[in-house]
Design a binder for this molecule. Structure first.
Ligand SMILES: Nc1nc2c(ncn2[C@@H]2O[C@H](COP(=O)(O)OP(=O)(O)OP(=O)(O)O)[C@@H](O)[C@H]2O)c(=O)[nH]1
Length: 417
């Protein structure tokens, strides 16, 4: 029964058809007598409205995080609705009229287009979840970069830690959640900080705890989904994107990086970044980026945005540009400096201040725009429709139903504000 859903390729094909409107989304196939389930499935990308806390980061344009289809549009004069015949075959020819003729008929304005405004309002009210994981060698600036991304101490914020103190070393997988509100839109942001690896004498299979954590979140979601009495909105703790930090060696990727990324790219949206790029000269940076791209291709490591999920030629050409610019060479800092009478986030060097948000200095702003302003919704969709779907189908297939498996829940610590 589940063979049809089994392979990743089939899931991919289904998504393509869905995007071309040649296939109905699965939630549309759910019976109408179960409107609650339909609603939940359709809005599965929205977040649980509970556990909202203090607003942070007033600078980000969060209104851009509302999916484009639900953003407010300039008012256009309402056009009367057209009834489109369900079949092109009309026995009496166009405009024959009469009962049951099925021909096009002009009606008055019904108001179907208000669905956009209704969806916008709903998204504004409920907000959405976004979960980012950071992975990489110890001390590469993972915690610093996520703090820089959201212009706040979103990583490992604790009551006892002040801004001026050094960021403590991450020793266990730890998630920290915040609610950020901008332009009336609420986002529950969860940062999953992972311990830097590579310090141990034996680094064999060191990606396993991270892969396990990612799968645990799929398992949690699946269990909620199959419950008879389901929550109105299933809390979404699934990892929507994983930033993988590459050491700025200027040489080539380490074997450990290759193995790590190979494993992660199969279960999550992987976004490689070159860490601490202020330590490379512009030429070194360009060469290193090229080499990393080539190595990733040779090793068959697919990073996000994956070529196979491009919807159409426009999407492909936009994403090709992004893929050619990746991995973004970033610099992180939560210190501000005065540059040309402006306060800027940066890192002071003997040659001047490296400005984090200046595209001539590093690619931090490219990464931020890509993650938050252009691809946030897509990251969530690919997580739900591809990675989670692959996990779900495999899990149901393997077990002949949903019997408990050992996910090691409890090995990880979760802390919410
Ligand atoms: N030169 C340079 N230093 C950075 C950059 N980002 C962070 N650092 C410094 O690198 C050190 C480690 O930063 P963290 O953010 O704690 O690194 P981490 O990867 O989270 O470290 P672990 O918790 O050990 O995994 C700190 O002293 C930061 O100030 C950067 O872009 N360039």
């Amino acid at each position: 029964m589940f063979a049809r859903l089994g392979s990743r390729q089939e899931t991919v094909e289904e998504i393509k058809l869905l995007k071309k409107n040649e296939l109905k989304p699965r939630w549309l196939n759910l019976p109408l007598r179960d409107p609650g389930r339909r609603m939940r499935a359709a809005s599965s990308l929205l977040l649980s409205p509970d556990s909202f806390s203090s607003p942070l980061s007033p600078k980000l344009d969060m209104s851009e995080m509302v999916p484009p289809e639900v953003r407010p549009k300039p008012a256009v004069p309402a056009k009367p609705a057209h009834v489109v015949p369900s079949s092109a075959h009309t026995p009496h020819g166009p405009g024959a009229g009469g009962p049951g003729s099925g021909g096009s008929t002009l009606l008055g304005y019904i108001g179907i287009d208000t669905i956009i405004e209704q969806m916008r309002k709903k998204t504004m009210k409920t907000g959405f979840d976004f979960n980012i994981m950071v992975v990489g060698h110890s001390g590469l600036g993972k915690s610093t970069l996520v703090n820089t991304l959201f212009k706040s101490q979103v990583s490992r914020k604790s009551a006892g830690w002040s801004r001026d103190e050094k960021i403590p070393k991450t020793v266990e997988i730890k998630s920290v959640s915040h609610v950020i509100e901008e332009g009336g839109v609420k986002m529950k942001l969860t940062i999953i900080d992972t311990p830097g690896f590579g310090d141990q004498i034996n680094n064999n299979n060191c990606w396993e705890p991270i892969e396990k954590y990612i799968n645990e979140q799929y398992e949690k979601f699946l269990k909620e989904e199959v419950n008879i009495a389901r929550k109105k909105r299933i809390p979404d703790t699934r990892v929507h994107c994983c930033l993988y930090f590459i050491s700025p060696t200027g040489h080539s990727l380490r074997q450990l990086d290759i193995e790590f990324m190979k494993h992660l790219s199969r279960v999550v949206n992987l976004i490689p970044v070159i860490a601490k790029s202020d330590t490379l000269t512009p030429d070194e940076k360009t060469d290193f980026k090229q080499r990393v791209r080539k190595e990733l291709e040779i090793c068959g490591i697919e990073f996000y945005p994956q070529k196979e999920f491009d919807e159409d030629t426009e999407d492909k050409s936009d994403n090709d540009k992004i893929r050619e610019a990746m991995p973004f060479a970033v610099v992180g800092s939560d210190k501000e400096y005065q540059v040309n009478s402006k306060r800027v986030l940066g890192r002071k060097s003997p040659w001047g201040v490296v400005e984090v948000e200046n595209p001539n200095h590093c690619e931090f702003s490219l990464l931020r725009d890509f993650l938050i302003r252009s691809h946030l919704q897509d990251l969530k969709e690919v997580t739900h429709n591809i990675h989670y779907e692959t996990y779900r189908a495999k899990r149901l297939n393997d077990n002949g139903g949903l019997h408990p498996i050992s996910t090691g829940v409890g090995d990880t610590q979760e802390s919410n504000l």
